[in-house]
Design a protein around this ligand. Structure first.
Ligand code: ADP
Ligand code: ZN
Length: 632
């Protein structure tokens, strides 16, 4: 089996104690861990750095693990929790995330529960009884729930196997998703001194990683950082031109019968896009924090259960969602940072099959993001870091180098090669010099004194301003831009905004364009700095399929298709009956493998990836019956 993610950094800043148990115990604890991986989770082998992380925790040491989305972070703490004596505590920021994981574990026959504000008193009491009787292997809690004094007191009397801190980047204000309540988790080190702590996250640049270690007192613990590569993701980005709404509908219509997520910058926009998609016949739902709670959870459930549905959401829709078969993520508005980009795009293709990440962006998004940072009431140093993050994001989106490689380098990976499948690797970019036109646009913006928007600036250059005043018509820049079309001027203005040569003041939705960085502008006038316009060759439709480099697909052989569909129909009935998403029962991938192998016995079924002991006991007979129905 090929390991598609390689370790890039496993550092031990201070020597961690060698596990002394090794000398006495001849059996490698990893063998038992592997047996659990097979038996309980139905996976043949560890992947990426899972085995390294698990070995560290089994030796009783704390650690930090940065593994990509879908890389399998959860077994890194689930398996040690099951093997080590005592209760494994998992701190997680979202109830949706906990609910999903606990449901999945229970399906696999693992003794897991959660304590959160949604749990009724009866169930709570029962959970505490199981904790105190030592019957539970895993307990999921929120950070604020865990740090309540009575909770800490009660847990202090229970032996703990480990404490896992999921989404650990939330502890860092350099990260992209700082949550103040995570800061309290720093106290866990002194409260539970002998208990190994494992911080896990999917996205953290070097600075954020340092911060996580400092905040959680993991300075002396090893750090496992996996590659950020997601070879199943095909990335592309395009500047917004005209109506973004129309473009989104076009993109979705070109990807029929697939599940997707569309991120939009505001609640209103999610509603508008969802409506436009429904009008175009696409089953689309809007999702944002302004919706009533019950409606939100109904829509989430609808999305998770559907074989093809589109969710149009604000970033309120996210961390807890791991529908494995999301085939595309489209940003109708640019994300907030490269971390956010990678995490949001990363919700596509979690089953390992090919998926697309498409981003629409514009200079207006950038100005808006920069302005919001400017208005924030935070430390100037933090502001500076956040501004740099925004600039880096747009350098990625509007840049010319491989997108996947740029992201991986951003996270500190070295020796990264181009992905060969993003729009910049496969497409053609033509650069043409536009310095002279840029000089004209810059002087026009200067003469107009930052009082007008982009449209008026372009009209001025073309000499087409409606009801032009005498004073404006008398300016030397009036009508000097006849050589370019209006749309070419608009593109150039956008380019100048990205480069910071022009600046846009959002002005409450009626943005005004003015001259940007004075030194840079002067350099353009002197001809010391050149301005180039990019044109990207249009991608032919269907490129994605061709871009694949022999990776296996989920697509079942035509002869197995009917059985695959029958298995899905069975799974769908089962999921509805149990009120769980279908994928906690079996992933598509597992069903596809069953359809291909057509197991005739329990033993044969158990060899299929994703079928563990618990699921065999629960579903073995039913699955074998569906398969037998197709045998002849
Ligand atoms: P994340 O790192 O994003 O939290 P999860 O822990 O949810 O990822 O795992 C993602 C998917 O990968 C799950 O469906 C899980 O069952 C699967 N998985 C985890 N470990 C392995 C493995 N060693 N081999 C195959 N699949 C695995
Ligand atoms: Zn590329």
């Amino acid at each position: 089996m090929c390991v598609r993610r390689m370790a890039i950094a496993v550092s031990r800043p201070h020597k961690a104690p060698m596990p002394s148990a090794v000398a006495e115990a001849p059996a490698d604890p990893l063998d038992e861990a592997r047996a659990i991986l097979r038996r309980t989770f139905g996976h043949a082998e560890f992947r990426g750095l899972q085995a390294n992380v698990i070995a560290e925790v089994l030796a009783g040491n704390s650690a930090m693990a940065v593994l990509p989305t879908g890389g399998g972070k959860s077994v890194c703490y689930q398996i040690p929790s099951m093997m080590r004596p005592g209760l494994g505590l998992v701190v997680s920021p979202l109830i949706a995330l906990m609910t999903d994981q606990v449901a999945g574990l229970q399906q696999s026959g693992v003794a897991a529960a959660r304590l959160d504000s949604n749990i009724d008193p009866q169930e709570k009491a029962d959970t505490w009884r199981r904790i105190e009787a030592g019957e539970l292997d895993l307990l999921y809690v929120s950070p604020e729930g865990l740090m309540q004094p009575w909770m800490l007191e009660r847990l202090a009397r229970v032996p703990l196997a480990l404490i896992a801190i999921d989404e650990a980047h939330c502890v860092s204000q350099w990260g992209h998703d700082f949550r103040p309540e995570y800061r309290m988790l720093g106290r866990l080190a002194e409260l539970f001194p002998g208990v190994p702590r494992l911080a896990v996250t999917a996205t953290a640049d070097a600075r954020t990683r340092d911060d996580i270690r400092a905040e959680l007192h993991l300075e002396a613990s090893p750090e496992f950082v996996d590659s950020f590569a997601r070879p199943e993701l095909v990335l592309s980005a395009e500047r917004k031109r005209g109506s973004a709404l129309k473009r989104v509908v076009e993109l979705v219509a070109a990807r029929p019968d697939r599940s997707g997520v569309i991120y939009a910058g505001s609640r209103d926009k999610t509603e508008q896009i969802a409506q436009a998609l429904r009008d175009a016949g696409v089953p689309a739902l809007a999702y944002h924090a302004g919706l009533e709670r019950q409606l939100r959870s109904d829509r989430l459930e609808q999305f998770l259960q559907a074989d093809a549905a589109v969710m149009v959401a604000t970033i309120a829709f996210g961390m807890g969602v791991d529908k494995p078969d999301v085939r595309f993520v489209i940003h109708a508005d640019a994300p907030a940072s490269i971390e956010a980009y990678w995490q949001e795009i990363g919700r596509a293709g979690r089953d390992g099959d090919l998926a697309e990440g498409i981003t629409l962006y514009g200079a207006a998004d950038m100005s808006w993001a920069l302005r919001r940072i400017g208005e924030r009431d935070v430390d100037p140093v933090v502001k500076q870091a956040q501004t740099a993050k925004v600039r880096q994001l747009y350098a990625l989106l509007d840049g010319t180098g491989c997108r996947a490689a740029t992201v991986r380098r951003y996270f500190g990976e070295e020796g990264v090669e181009a992905c060969g499948q993003c729009d910049l690797c496969t497409g053609r970019i033509d650069l043409s010099d536009a310095t002279e036109a840029a000089q004209k646009a810059l002087s026009a913006a200067h003469r107009l004194g930052g009082r007008f928007g982009r449209g008026r600036l372009v009209d001025h250059l073309l000499g087409k301003t409606k009801d032009v005043s005498d004073s404006e018509a008398a300016l030397s820049t009036w009508g000097i831009g006849q050589e370019l079309s209006a749309s070419a001027w608009r593109d150039l203005v956008e380019q100048l905004l990205f480069e910071g040569l022009l600046r846009e003041d959002p002005n409450d939705g009626r943005p005004l364009v003015g001259v940007g960085d004075a030194d840079a502008v002067r350099a353009v006038f002197r001809g010391e700095r050149r301005v180039a316009i990019q044109t990207r060759a249009e991608e032919p439709a269907g490129r994605v399929r061709k871009a694949r480099k022999g990776r296996e697909t989920l697509a079942t052989a035509p002869s197995d298709k009917a059985l695959f569909e029958a298995l899905r129909a069975w799974r769908s009935r089962e999921a509805k009956g149990q009120h769980v998403p279908p994928y906690v029962i079996f992933h598509d991938r597992t069903l596809a493998e069953i359809a291909a192998v057509k197991p005739g016995s329990r033993a044969a079924l158990e060899r299929v990836n994703g079928v563990g002991e618990g699921k065999l006991a629960r579903y073995g007979a039913a699955v074998l019956e569906v398969v037998a129905g197709f045998a002849g």
